[in-house]
Design a protein around this ligand. Structure first.
Ligand SMILES: Cc1ncc(COP(=O)(O)O)c(C=O)c1O
Length: 465
């Protein structure tokens, strides 16, 4: 239970509305996270100096606004919100007894250390001030050439003329949907999909149709069937180390999608932010290489260098470039020259390659620790992935498990975050292995998780009858 105590002194109007509004604000800012249990009525009433009845009305108002849910005998819990983008950067892991497997970031890597070397070089630059202005076309052209050569290392075409710099893959997804879709259009995706795409589609009124997956991701049969029956405008695919299941899409399915896209005039939005985790010998061709005329390829520095750089890029078919550029300009104006300079320098001076190498080794080591600790449980996620998909043994349900784990300081993401619409979520959770500061801590957290899985739920009998 949280000891959350809102400051309602500056809010006008009835006290219960002020408290409900404070709940809404805390949910939006992430101060209250989905699954958090609110203080009891009496506790909060005492702390705010109001009556218990006021808190009851405030919580009822928050339930009416769909912010929280009340569970008889158990308390009031923050609900997953439509518009709450899980704050990906919130690492809880600095607290010694908290194990954060919800955060979906690579481990800290070498970026901070390298930034210490890079910043003084930038500071000494005679034209430092230009990094604080809007970037010039010449600067952008240079950066495009560097990013295009970087894209080539992922198997994507080296095509600076078709490359648009943006503020990360999420920004690229927005530009892609704005370019391709109108409200009501259908986009096909995996049945468990990246929440950033779910939220975006909902915002734009685009219908996401989730397709059945097997151990290797979306099946070719589901894809073929959906192309014929749903008249999709586009397919959104994360072919490498899919979020949340960690699967790598096999070559023949990539070829099937390329064929279908060409034959039926369907667009492909290929999100390759995790592609760098494959070793060269494992790398499969991206859709951008198999169907260049139908694919908007998205990638960024977020996972392979550092998410805070907010540097991303997309490579698109010529006919879509004006609309894609407009989508980026309208949403973020331009890339941020300061961080673009850092990212491009890192590509040129080898830091980016070193960083990828570091993460590939780290992800594999952490995955091995996880497979060992969770031996005997159903864990999915290909070699190289930083996140795993754990199907919970009977009788655990994902919401129940997530809450029980949180009470023991272990934070995991329930399957609910990744399913589409009102479909029932399977009993599964995503485990992000990059959140822990050290391998030892990750191992410790995984062992505790395994202990919980073996123990089963205790004392969670509902008093609803
Ligand atoms: C599949 C996927 N796409 C895109 C993103 C966001 O990338 P960026 O930080 O470059 O916007 C994430 C972040 O977790 C992700 O998992």
């Amino acid at each position: 239970m949280t000891t959350w105590t809102p400051d309602i002194s500056s809010r006008s109007g009835p006290r219960y509305i002020a408290i409900a509004e404070a709940i809404a604000e805390a949910v939006t800012t992430g101060e209250l996270a989905p699954g958090d249990r609110l203080p009891t009525h009496r506790d909060l009433a005492d702390r705010l100096g109001v009556t218990v009845g006021t808190i009851t009305r405030a919580y009822a108002e928050a339930i009416r606004r769909d912010l929280v849910s009340g569970e008889v005998g158990r308390g009031t819990f923050v609900k997953p919100s439509l518009m709450t983008f899980t704050p990906l950067s919130t690492r809880h892991d600095s607290e010694p007894d908290v194990f954060d497997f919800a955060v979906n970031l690579p481990a800290e890597g070498i970026a901070t250390e390298r930034l210490r070397d890079t910043l003084p070089v930038l500071t000494a630059h005679p034209h430092l001030g230009t990094l604080l202005g809007y970037p010039s076309d010449t600067d952008l052209d240079r950066a495009k050439r560097i990013l295009a050569s970087w894209a080539e290392t992922q198997g994507a075409p080296n095509a600076p003329d078709r490359l648009i710099i943006n503020n990360g893959a999420q920004n690229g997804m927005l530009a892609a949907l704005l370019t391709l879709c109108r409200a009501g259009d259908t986009v096909l995706c995996d049945e468990f999909t990246y929440p950033g795409m779910k939220n975006l589609a909902r915002l734009l009124g685009v219908r996401l149709q989730g397709l059945a997956m097997d151990d290797h991701g979306m099946t070719a049969e589901a894809l073929e069937h959906a192309v014929l029956h749903h008249a999709p405008r586009a397919v959104y695919i994360v072919p490498n180390y899919q979020n949340p299941t960690g699967t790598v899409w096999p070559r023949d399915r990539r070829e099937t999608l390329a064929r279908l896209a060409n034959r039926h005039g369907i667009w492909i939005i290929e999100d390759d932010v995790y592609g760098f985790l494959a070793e060269d010998f494992e790398r499969l061709p991206p859709l951008a290489a198999l169907a260049p005329e139908r694919t908007i390829y998205l990638n960024s520095a977020a996972k392979c260098m550092a998410p805070g750089l907010r540097v991303g890029y997309m490579i698109g078919p010529v006919e879509l470039l004006p609309a894609l550029s407009a989508g980026v300009r309208l949403s973020t104006m331009t890339p941020a020259p300061l961080t673009l300079e850092v990212a491009t320098r890192w590509i040129e001076d080898g830091t980016a390659v070193d960083s990828c190498r570091w993460h590939r080794a780290e992800a594999r080591a952490r995955r091995n620790l996880a497979l060992k600790a969770l031996d005997g449980f159903a864990v999915a996620g290909d070699t190289g992935t930083y996140h795993l998909w754990l199907t919970l043994p009977e009788p655990w349900r994902s919401d129940e498990f997530t809450r029980a784990a949180r009470n023991r300081g272990i934070i995991v993401s329930a399957a609910d975050h990744f399913v589409l619409g009102r479909r029932a979520a399977p009993p599964a959770v995503r485990l992000g292995l990059g959140g822990g500061k050290s391998r030892a801590k990750v191992e410790d957290g995984l062992n505790r998780l395994a202990e919980m899985l073996r123990g089963g739920p205790i004392g969670s009998f509902s008093s609803i009858f």
